[in-house]
Design a protein around this ligand. Structure first.
Ligand SMILES: [Zn+2]
Length: 148
């Protein structure tokens, strides 16, 4: 990815070294690549290379080095993340709380976040696991929602 002097080689040089024909290929799509495109631009082509796909991110490494498991949930699937349900539970109660001034609002936020019972948090986690199970069984959209 870098020259012997430490300068970045750039997309084109890296792909040409790997034997790709880049004739007519732009460097990057704007604003984003078309969905499910394979070779729309150099950036997409490079992102599909094994060494890029399988590279551990700094965030993953930091989390795993601390002895934890790092899981990335799919984008736009908030139903798979129990923290979203917890936020929803807390925001509903926060809106109902009386907040005469900013200090009271801050205190109400902390109190409400700490007041969620463990049983309720377990239900959020179970609900996320039921969605995971439904998706693993091949259900999608409304069918998965119905099954959960
Ligand atoms: Zn693209």
């Amino acid at each position: 990815m870098t020259t012997p002097t430490g300068e970045p080689k750039g997309l084109q040089a890296v792909l040409e070294e790997r034997g790709f024909d880049l004739t007519g290929l732009r460097s990057k799509c704007s604003p984003v690549c078309p969905f499910e495109s394979q070779q729309c631009c150099m950036a997409r082509l490079l992102s599909q290379q094994d060494d890029f796909c399988n590279q551990t991110s700094m965030l993953e490494k930091l989390i795993e080095d601390a002895g934890h498991i790092c899981l990335f949930l799919p984008k736009f699937h908030c139903e798979l993340n129990p923290i979203e349900m917890y936020w929803g539970w807390s925001k509903y109660r926060y809106r109902q709380a009386t907040k005469p001034n900013f200090a009271a609002a801050k205190e109400a936020a902390t109190d409400i976040l700490n007041s969620c019972p463990v049983e309720v948090i377990r239900r959020f986690i179970n609900r996320s696991h039921r969605f995971l199970s439904a998706y693993r069984l091949g259900l999608t959209g409304h069918a998965a929602e119905w099954a959960v």
